[in-house]
Design a protein around this ligand. Sequence first.
Ligand SMILES: *Cc1c(COP(=O)(O)O)cnc(C)c1O
Length: 420
Amino acid sequence: MSSGAPSTSGTPNTPSSHNEQAGPSTRLLHAGSPRLHGGSGPVNVPIVRTSTVRFENTAALHDHHHRRADGERVASYGRHGLDTHRALEDAVTSLEGGHRAFLTPSGLSAITLVLIALLSPGDHALVADSVYSPVRRVDSTLLQRLGITLEYFSPSQDDLAAKIRDNTQLIYLESPSSLLYEVLDLPALTAIARARGIPVATDNTWSAGWFHQPLKLGANISIQAATKYIAGHSDVMQGIVVTDSPQLSARIATAYEALGLTIGADDAYLALRGIRTLPVRLAQHQRHATAIAEWLQSHPKVQRVFYPALPSDPGHALWKRDFTGASGLISFELSHSISAQEADAFVDALQYFAIGASWGGYESLALIAAPERLREHSIWTGTQPVVRLHIGLEDPVDLITDLAQAFDRLSGRERQRLAA
Ligand SMILES: *Cc1c(COP(=O)(O)O)cnc(C)c1O
């Protein structure tokens, strides 16, 4: 960790997160592991819940205040978080390869934190049009009222340099996006921003920070919904913001404190517990999703499969260059003969896929992507309903059997419609 902050790890018998030579799994599993006291201690950091922080004397209190003012991650009040929070911050900072991490109550609050921290009245920001769609609601319900202008652009079709204005203060991206998985050319986009001194923030939820490290490709802030793969069990809401420099950390910290943001120690613990198994879970999500994406691609009722690890995906070349793996999200456009009602009936017929938003847990999910959301994406040229699947950790043969029976019912329904 380069934050200069005290780490919870680092004694000789807790292989430390400071060892940058260690492999990524080793670093992730040992980041933030607790110190031993009196010769022994638990493997996991305890859940430290508190509102009030007690001090030995007033000198200790003053010392804490000074160290906090200097940017050290020490707590003088419960809102600042104690050991559990520090350990999770260390783990996600290590995961993303950044300077400092901020923990927020949801992925969306992590996004809003960055927008509010870096934009002021009169400012302009350029936002990838494939962005997680609630960002547009933050824009219309909050930022516009504050006199901040977001402009949506197509990272693959527009010239970013030509869109930058004198008052452009942020470039906000997401790669791949969470519906059609457009992969962005991050090194090219960040080079344009860097030449003009404009910070780049990017939503890295899809890769969970494990398959992709945007800060190493020139982005300045990486955001994740830890709700998804980091927590990994569909049982916690959480966001993270990881910065690349002390300057940006200070700007984010100021807004974070002003907004009174914090998370509960229990939720920090759940995310820490999840992060220790992130590499194995993601390897399995990837293996199963790849098998299912390939199967879907050859199904006659499927027009097109969106999954960057497939050579047919438009983002495949960039994905291969900038990512080390693919997660469990697949979308597919149904074939021309299928109506919107039949698409709904297809999803209803699935047995193992729960119908619901979010993703990143151990379980499989299915959702129909609303056409109005797809139209916001400039790369969308289709006409048919799109189904988004999250491929969980079930046996892939069962998921394929399930999809096959739902397609068979779809064919039956179609035959009835054509015969009527
Ligand atoms: C889910 C999601 C978010 C928002 O996270 P919440 O924890 O649900 O608020 C942000 N970005 C992406 C890409 C997501 O998938």
